[in-house]
Every structure is written in structure tokens, then in C-alpha cells.
Write a protein that binds this ligand. Structure first.
Ligand code: C2E
Ligand code: CA
Ligand code: CA
Ligand code: CA
Length: 275
């Protein structure tokens, strides 16, 4: 990726290395982060096989801390989940997402589809679906333009309720991706039991896939049942042409990773999309 995207990432990584954060302090600051407008939504394009262009991206939250600079989600999402702020954060990201989709439709006549990460806590909250409906209505966004990324932690929590919730959302038109597949509790039965539209293969299997026979075997196994079930696979964390080339032969439908673009601010994303 060009220009600003790369620079801002370098600052980001330096911060991660240099600073150690006090969780308690972060929790206090997080309380004000939404109100003080310190959160931002970055977008990372997701490419479709054999297509040079895309209208699909994943939304990833960023926190510009007034003192510590950019703090990566891995440092504050767990704290947010513990303290309950995750609702505010995910809601903020969803609103911004809808706002962006509406904007792009009006300004560029581009029909963006955007994935949002949904934390297990938020998913299980009763008000979640009403909340989502209200925001979709407010921004006049079609539910087909939204994909919720959930992990297997969500699925195993309360399978019956989760099953029903997924189906209620799917009736609205929202689709689901099972994120980080291959890590944690992964099981094939989850994928067939719940109505999942996409499967995201975790980066740990993608890294050096062209060299790693063991991961190749695992991925071939996953491909066998996903093609049987007609569920497209998204490979995440692709960094090299070699990885991409191998995955293209494996019947992967979508590709995401630094090889194409890092997650970037709206301005940089616009440049990537519109040239
Ligand atoms: P995730 O959902 O698995 O997101 C993918 C992560 O991989 C992102 O990290 C992304 O920047 C990174 N990534 C993408 N391509 C590459 C690549 O080619 N190489 C490498 N090394 N990394 C790549 P990020 O943005 O730091 O987010 C980390 C995690 O934080 C996410 O993992 C997700 O679990 C969580 N998260 C991020 N935004 C949100 C949000 O709005 N809500 C919730 N609940 N969680 C979020
Ligand atoms: Ca994700
Ligand atoms: Ca993931
Ligand atoms: Ca992950």
C-alpha cells in the first residue's frame, strides 16, 4: 500500500513495541474514548478471486489515544469486553460503517459491502437486533451490505439462542462469516449446524502456506467440506505473492491481507478503490 497508509502503520507498530500500558488506566480512558471522538474505523479491502476490483471490506476499529498514540485493538478490545464498553465500541463501528456505505452510494454510486466484528457479549444482548435494525433504517442501508464476523466463542456460548439470533438476522438479509477458523474450538459441525455464509481461515494457516505441508493438508481438508456445503472461504493475512498463488489453486473465493492493502483510513481506502 502506498503513502499515508504505510506511514501510519509504522507509527502504530512502533507504539506497540515501545509502550507498555496499564490496563486500569486504559479502561478509564476507554470510557471517554467514544465521547471524545478518539475512535476511528479503518477499512481493509477483501478481494474476490480473479477480479482486480472489489467493493468489499472489513471494518477494523482504531483508537487514537491523546497521550499514547495509536493503540491496537489487541490491547483494548479484551479490556472493553471485560468492562462492558465493547457494546459502545461495536455500536460505534456499526454506525460508522452504515454511514460510510450510505456516503459511498450517494457520492460514488458504489455499493459497498462491509464486514463488522461482533463480540460475543454484544451478540447475545437482547437489544442487539433492534439496535441494528434502527441503525440500518436511519442510514437507509440495505442489510445485504452488512456481514457480521463472529467467532466460535460466540457459537458455543448458548447454541440455541445463537442459532435463533443468526436466523433472525439472516431473515433481515444480514450475512455471517465465521472468523478465525482453525483456531480455538473449530469444528466442522459448527459450520453446518449454524447458517454461516462465509468461512474465514485464520492467518496462522495462511502464513507460508506454499512451504508448509501440514497446513496445506489442513486447508485441503477445510476446502473439501466447504465446497461440499457451498460456503465460500476467505483467506486472511495474505502477505506474499507465493501465498496468494497457492491459495488461488485451492478454491479460495476471497483474499485479504497486506499483500493487497493494510487496513487504512477512509482517505487512503478511497485512493485504493477509486485510483
Ligand atoms: P480479526 O478480526 O481477525 O482481524 C484481522 C486482523 O489481522 C486485523 O488486526 C488486521 O489488521 C490484521 N491483518 C490483516 N491482514 C494482515 C496481514 O496480511 N498480515 C498481518 N500480520 N496481519 C493482518 P487488527 O486490526 O489489529 O485487529 C485485531 C483484532 O481485534 C481483530 O482480529 C478483531 O478480533 C478485533 N477487532 C478489531 N476491530 C474490532 C471491532 O470493531 N469490534 C470487535 N469486537 N473486535 C474488533
Ligand atoms: Ca475479523
Ligand atoms: Ca480473523
Ligand atoms: Ca484473528
Amino acid at each position: 500500500i502506498k503513502g499515508t497508509g504505510k506511514n501510519s502503520w509504522q507509527i502504530f507498530e512502533e507504539n506497540v513495541e515501545k509502550r507498555t500500558f496499564n490496563d486500569y488506566e486504559l479502561e478509564q480512558d476507554l470510557y471517554f474514548a467514544v465521547e471524545n471522538n478518539e475512535l476511528d474505523v479503518y477499512l481493509q479491502p477483501i478481494m474476490k478471486k480473479d477480479s482486480p476490483q472489489t467493493s468489499y471490506a472489513e471494518a477494523l476499529v482504531r483508537w487514537k489515544h491523546p497521550v499514547h498514540g495509536l493503540i491496537p485493538p489487541s490491547a483494548f478490545i479484551p479490556i472493553a469486553e471485560q468492562s462492558g464498553f465493547i457494546h459502545q465500541i461495536d455500536e460505534f463501528v456499526f454506525k460508522r460503517t452504515c454511514e460510510i456505505i450510505q456516503r459511498w452510494k450517494m457520492d460514488y454510486q458504489i455499493d459497498l459491502t462491509v464486514s463488522n466484528n461482533v463480540s460475543p457479549k454484544r451478540f447475545l444482548r437482547h437489544s442487539f437486533i433492534t439496535n441494528v435494525k434502527n441503525t440500518l433504517n436511519h442510514f437507509q442501508v440495505d442489510a445485504r451490505n452488512i456481514i457480521f464476523e463472529i467467532t466460535e466463542t460466540t457459537l458455543i456460548h448458548d447454541p440455541e439462542i445463537v442459532h435463533k439470533t443468526i436466523n433472525d438476522f439472516r431473515k433481515l438479509g444480514i450475512r455471517f462469516a465465521l472468523d478465525d477458523f482453525g483456531t480455538g474450538y473449530s469444528s466442522i459441525s459448527h459450520v453446518s449446524m449454524f447458517n454461516i455464509d462465509f468461512l474465514k481461515i485464520d492467518r496462522q494457516f495462511i502464513q507460508d502456506i506454499h512451504l508448509n505441508k501440514r497446513n496445506q493438508a489442513i486447508l485441503k481438508g477445510i476446502t473439501n467440506f466447504t465446497s461440499e456445503l457451498n460456503i465460500p472461504m476467505i483467506a486472511e493475512g495474505i502477505e506474499t505473492a507465493e501465498e496468494l498463488e497457492f491459495l488461488q489453486k485451492l478454491n479460495c473465493a476471497y483474499f485479504q491481507g497486506y499483500y493487497f492493502s493494510k487496513p487504512c483510513d477512509l482517505e487512503t481506502f478511497k485512493e485504493f478503490m477509486l485510483g
